[in-house]
Design a protein around this ligand. Structure first.
Ligand code: SAH
Length: 310
């Protein structure tokens, strides 16, 4: 067994491995919207939440944090909870009034779990992300988040163009502050990623579920190799007296359907053929294996035969 794994790994390296996902963002990743989107926290009571907000922002490629009269900042708890997003905390702007945080903004959206007596124009997170991205080209856009204990006041919400409501459980609608920030930053990032590659969207958004999809590490097996495997499989099933060519029923049809659903890659085919060869050796039919003679050099590598390890 150790031989098999040695050769398996050796083989995967020798294939050189194929297309990798390319990063959708610069590695520093704090400039999804060139810092034009400002996260504004109003009178946050728990400094740990400020750290958690910095982390949520940095994860999603945002970095522009403004704090209006925080109860305690900077402090150890905020840095501890930022889990390495300390650069966001280092450059956070601390101001003493909401007006100071919003003065130069082209668009302001306030977040709240609660409806108001006089409803303010309400927008859902995905649409808010679109509006933020569109306006960010004209100047700073602010997303405003309220206090942990009683959110944003009516006066504060009325300084906003829109009220963003995260459609949570109506019976339990209030998210933790940092989690509300996370939802919004995620929506912003998704919008950003969809717009990459000239509107094609980021490779990160494309599914990678089978050989041939961008990012899969081994190319799909060509038809000839798959057919070679089916021939070999049938021969082994005959060798072990599981299958009779004079009374085939639907066995090979059903096995074909099973394996074709898996859309095998080249390495998977080679491994399976190596397994079949080992079975034939074990039952002493290796020499008369019909299709076995077509085993590929790659199969030999995958199973270690080439170097005499099996
Ligand atoms: N108890 C407060 C909620 C505080 S939660 C209240 O009644 O308003 C802290 C902040 O997280 C809120 O001020 C808001 O900015 C944000 N938030 C929490 N849940 C939200 C939701 N469902 N939709 C939008 N923002 C939300």
């Amino acid at each position: 067994m150790p031989c098999f794994w040695y050769h398996f790994n050796h083989y995967s390296l020798s294939l050189g491995l194929f297309a990798m996902h390319k990063p959708a963002l610069p590695l520093e990743g704090t400039d999804t919207f060139e810092d034009q989107i400002r996260i504004v926290l109003v009178e946050t009571s728990h400094s740990g939440n400020i750290g958690a907000v910095a982390r949520a922002m940095k994860n999603m490629g945002l970095g522009n944090l403004w704090l209006v009269n925080p109860n305690s900042f900077p402090d150890e708890t905020s840095y501890a909870r930022s889990a390495g997003a300390s650069d966001i905390l280092d450059r956070a702007q601390v101001v003493s009034s909401l007006e100071d945080a919003l003065g130069d903004c082209s668009l302001v959206m306030g977040t709240s779990a609660r409806g108001r007596k006089v409803p303010w124009p309400v927008i859902a997170p995905p649409e808010a992300a679109v509006a933020a991205a569109e306006n960010a080209v004209n100047g700073p856009v602010a997303l405003v988040f309220g206090r942990e204990n009683h959110g944003l006041s009516n006066d504060e919400l009325q300084r906003c163009h829109y009220h963003i409501h995260i459609p949570s459980n109506p019976d339990y609608s209030s998210l933790n502050l940092a989690m509300a920030v996370q939802v919004m930053c995620y929506e912003l990032r998704m919008h950003h990623l969809r717009g990459l590659e000239g509107g094609e969207g980021s490779p990160y958004l494309k599914p990678m579920t089978a050989p041939g999809d961008p990012g899969w590490d081994v190319p799909p097996a060509p038809v000839n190799d798959v057919e070679g495997f089916f021939g070999h499989l049938e021969q082994v099933l005959v060798d072990v007296e599981f299958h009779r060519r004079d009374n085939p029923r639907q066995l090979m049809t059903r096995l074909r359907r099973l394996f074709q659903r898996a859309r095998m890659d080249q390495m998977e085919i080679n491994i399976l053929r190596g397994v079949l060869t080992s079975v034939q050796k074990a039952v002493g039919t290796g020499d008369r294996a019909g299709d076995n003679s077509k085993s590929t050099e790659a199969e030999a590598k995958a199973t270690g035969q080439e170097d005499g390890h099996v």
